[in-house]
Design a protein around this ligand. Structure first.
Ligand SMILES: Nc1ncnc2c1ncn2[C@@H]1O[C@H](COP(=O)(O)OP(=O)(O)OP(=O)(O)O)[C@@H](O)[C@H]1O
Ligand SMILES: [Mg+2]
Length: 257
């Protein structure tokens, strides 16, 4: 433990140490070690059903490991009660795989949800803040629409605006481009990049879309058989010579930068 007032190297934004997680006797995570550095975009790649969503849900305390620890800025969050996790969830936002908008609420009500729930700004300012967030994701003027009236890409953007309402330090994106056409997917990827540069966000992007991965990633981590098999830049991944990683990248037509 660092003494108050002393300085030292800044701990990673998030660090997984030996994370293990089983469901119904089946071990999904078998000892995951991984760090998210400040300001970077880290992509987690892996096969369908390999545990990517399970891993990312540990990063904001939605799931708790059976073994191992999860550190946020150097502090272990695994033993925290739900109540004590609230401040963490106000720093680490998540865009869920399915978007997860409330279907019975308008776009405005969806985006304002966290503002109200956590009293993040006075009610008189909600309208302006929602407008600002919708503009940020390119959805200006859609406040009164219902989620069912939005296209898949618009739903992702609205969900992203809702996640950003808390002014997070870390964004966790679970499959942000899956199910979108390539042009809409590319718009979302540019948005991920612009949020990183505008706000200095540290981000984790889970995907099996390799074109998106190479566009947004500063580093990539390959989750395979419950552990991180390889981590590094695109070139480092290719140069690793690991046949399992190479097969995955070759099938996705990933080439050196
Ligand atoms: N809450 C849960 N209860 C029981 N099993 C679960 C739970 N969440 C995930 N699993 C199981 O854990 C395994 C990994 O699931 P996960 O959703 O993390 O895969 P994934 O890599 O995100 O896949 P995809 O690319 O298809 O989204 C699957 O076998 C899944 O059924
Ligand atoms: Mg998933």
């Amino acid at each position: 433990m660092k003494k108050p007032g002393t300085t030292g190297p800044k701990p990673p934004a998030i660090e997984c140490r030996g994370l293990r997680k089983s469901f119904d006797g089946v071990e999904v995570l078998k000892g995951v070690d991984l760090e998210l550095r400040h300001g970077e975009t880290l992509v987690i790649l892996g096969h369908s059903g390999g545990g990517k969503s399970v891993l990312i849900k540990h990063m904001n305390g939605l799931l708790r490991p059976d073994e191992g620890s999860l550190l946020f800025e150097g502090n272990d969050i695994c033993g925290l009660s739900e109540r004590r996790l609230v401040p963490l969830r106000l720093k680490v936002a998540m865009l869920f795989q399915g978007g997860a908008l409330f279907d019975s609420l308008s776009v405005e009500e969806n985006v304002a949800f966290a503002l109200k729930q956590h009293r993040l700004c006075p009610p008189s300012e909600h309208g302006d803040r929602v407008a600002e967030l919708l503009e940020l994701v390119g959805l200006e003027g859609t406040q009164s629409k219902m989620p069912s009236e939005l296209s898949g890409g618009m739903r992702k953007r609205a969900a992203l605006a809702r996640s950003l309402a808390i002014n997070p330090q870390v964004m966790l994106y679970d499959e942000p481009t899956t199910g979108l056409d390539p042009v809409t997917g590319a718009q979302i990827n540019r948005l991920i990049r612009s949020l990183q540069s505008k706000f200095g966000l540290s981000s984790v992007v889970v995907t099996h879309d390799l074109a998106s991965a190479t566009f947004v990633a500063d580093r990539m981590a390959f989750l395979y058989d419950g552990v991180i098999r390889c981590v590094g830049s695109v070139d480092e991944m290719i140069a690793s010579g690991d046949p399992v990683v190479n097969e995955f990248l070759t099938l996705g037509n990933v080439k050196r930068a």
